[in-house]
Design a protein. Sequence first.
Length: 87
Amino acid sequence: RHAISNSCGQEGRTYQEETCGIFSCTVDPSMEVTAISSGNQVRAPPPFECRPGGGGPGSYAGYWDTYAGSEIKSTPYSNTAGRIDLE
């Protein structure tokens, strides 16, 4: 299983809280971003994405089921930072 919420932070990082000094801009809470590529392996997870949503019912990030080759959104599945959203 791969947490889809990894697109919003991995390895203890929360991307929306990171800054790059003079190169950073304020967070736009309505912005949506989708990566243009993903792994080329059979049944690889889809490209990472971030979008508004609090991680409640109907907006869970879910997980990628490698065996089935599909995204499961019916139940929350947290990443190592405890996130269940894509925000």
